[in-house]
Ligand binder design. Structure first.
Ligand code: ACO
Length: 431
């Protein structure tokens, strides 16, 4: 990070020299940290599109060119050669593990995969049809009361243990929520199985039907989780950082991140895509009707799974998922009609001026729901899968922030636009 360049700002006729921060990939930022103290001004940037909240060495995105790298490694290479647990290690420790380190880490995850039995009883207090994202956020928050030493210093010093607990238990928590939802007995994790194998078996094994693991499904799940593992300062990660900046414990911070992720403009979009594709199918498959509706400014409808705050090019994650999707769905006749609608929709959108001029491309959520469906996941579990994938990224950001000597509590400013001071009116005199 270099600070040689300077920027000049003239405010009220006064010239202020500001540092220019240059990142390792040449991104530039004007450091305005002294702006208010020296001029009385703040910056206004609704939605934070131009605001850097921190420096970070975890993930690099170039939205214009469609590049995504975790700790310097291309997402394409990680998806081809790595597993989700290896990527968790990479994000948390900033290096790819050796064989021995990977085995030790996998063992640690398996050792911490079980939920405290008392936590299991909490599931009984949710309505049967509670959304699993709701259960997930509540359970992750509740976890902090099942462990000692959740104060900041203890958590920071025991981050490996806390990370293993969170990464492993969130998956168990999600599977229990699903089993509770469908009224089947829960399935406990098994020590000898790997992360994604355990996950699929805990989800789909039943005492009557059993469950046969398919290697291609295990691999597809691992790749999808890798693709969701981090995405720098998105809404949920910024939430985790913001809550964590108040020194709330990591479980509480992650629980807040889960709530942010649930929103349909963020992680909830994969569910919205499947609803949209099904609706198009029910209404006869006319994609143009939906495209026109999305373009109509008098309607609030948007094409779910298109557009991204950062990517103004094809989302590299969507490219990888599209390949998996077409491969997995090749043999799944039942899902072909929805895939066909998705492919036609993408083709038409990529030729349409409205979308082309606004640089709206398919995002990570566009094809992921189709893959999850082919794997057997119900729609209401899609965002839960996103949360499970995002867990190592959230923890890596919390860890980075907590160890940053310059980190301060997150506290944006505002420009007040309400009424000016008024005289208090006693209730008897109010009209
Ligand atoms: N369909 C139709 N029009 C769209 C869409 C869409 N999916 N996305 C953006 N636009 C239009 C907007 O109406 C706006 O048009 P205008 O310039 O005429 O006013 C323009 O494109 C820019 O859109 P913004 O809302 O300013 O873009 P922003 O960066 O704030 O929002 C977002 C990004 C939320 C992802 C948006 O594209 C969207 O709502 N997409 C659909 C939901 C979705 O797929 N979310 C998942 C995102 S990926 C993730 O979070 C994991």
């Amino acid at each position: 990070m270099s600070k040689k360049q300077k920027a000049k700002l003239i405010v009220d006729g006064r010239e202020l020299e500001l540092d220019v921060i240059v990142g390792s990939e040449g991104e530039r930022a004007v450091d305005i940290s002294k702006l208010r103290s020296e001029t009385g001004y703040i910056t206004l940037d609704q939605g934070y599109g131009n605001t850097g909240s921190c420096t970070s060495n975890i993930t690099f995105i170039n939205g214009e060119e469609g590049i995504l790298r975790y700790r310097g490694y291309r997402i394409e290479d990680l998806c081809e050669h790595s597993t989700f647990t290896e990527v968790c290690y990479l994000l948390l420790r900033n290096r790819l593990p050796t064989l021995e380190q990977r085995e030790t880490f996998s063992r640690l995850l398996n050792e911490h995969s079980l939920l405290h039995e008392d936590m299991r009883h909490l599931y009984n207090f949710f309505p049967r049809d509670a959304h699993p994202m709701n259960i997930l956020g509540t359970m992750v928050n509740a976890m902090s009361s099942f462990y000692r030493n959740v104060d900041l210093l203890s958590m920071r010093d025991n981050i490996d243990l806390t990370a293993a607990r969170l990464i492993s238990k969130i998956r168990t928590t999600a599977c229990y929520a699903y089993k509770k939802n469908i009224g089947e007995p829960i399935v406990y994790p098994r020590r000898e199985q790997k992360y994604c194998e355990n996950f699929l078996r805990m989800m789909f094994w039943s005492p009557v039907n059993g469950y046969e693991l398919r290697e291609d499904h295990v691999r597809a799940l691992s790749v999808l989780l890798i693709l969701h593992a981090d995405h720098e300062q998105n809404c949920s990660t910024s939430t985790v950082r913001l809550v964590g900046s108040a020194h709330a414990n990591l479980y509480a911070s992650i629980s807040a991140g889960i709530s942010a992720l649930w929103g349909p403009l963020h992680g909830g979009a994969n569910q919205a895509v499947m609803d949209m594709l099904a609706k198009i199918q029910r209404q006869g498959g006319d994609i143009h009707k939906f495209i026109n509706m999305a373009k109509d400014k008098s309607s609030s409808f948007r094409l779910s799974g298109f557009g991204h705050r950062v990517y103004k090019n094809y989302d590299p994650r969507a490219k990888i998922i599209k390949k998996i999707c077409t491969k997995i769905l090749e043999e799944e006749a039942a899902h072909q009609p929805l895939l066909d609608i998705a492919l036609r929709l993408e083709e038409a959108v990529l030729k349409d001026d409205y979308f082309v001029s606004r640089k709206l491309y398919p995002n990570v959520d566009f094809y992921s729901g189709l893959v999850y469906t082919a794997l057997g996941f119900p729609i209401n579990m899609f965002t839960v899968l996103f949360a499970i994938g995002r867990m190592p990224g959230w923890i890596a950001h919390w860890k980075e922030m907590i160890n940053d000597p310059k980190a301060r509590i997150g506290r944006p400013r505002q420009i007040y636009t309400g009424v000016r001071e008024r005289k208090y009116v006693p209730i008897k005199d109010r009209s």
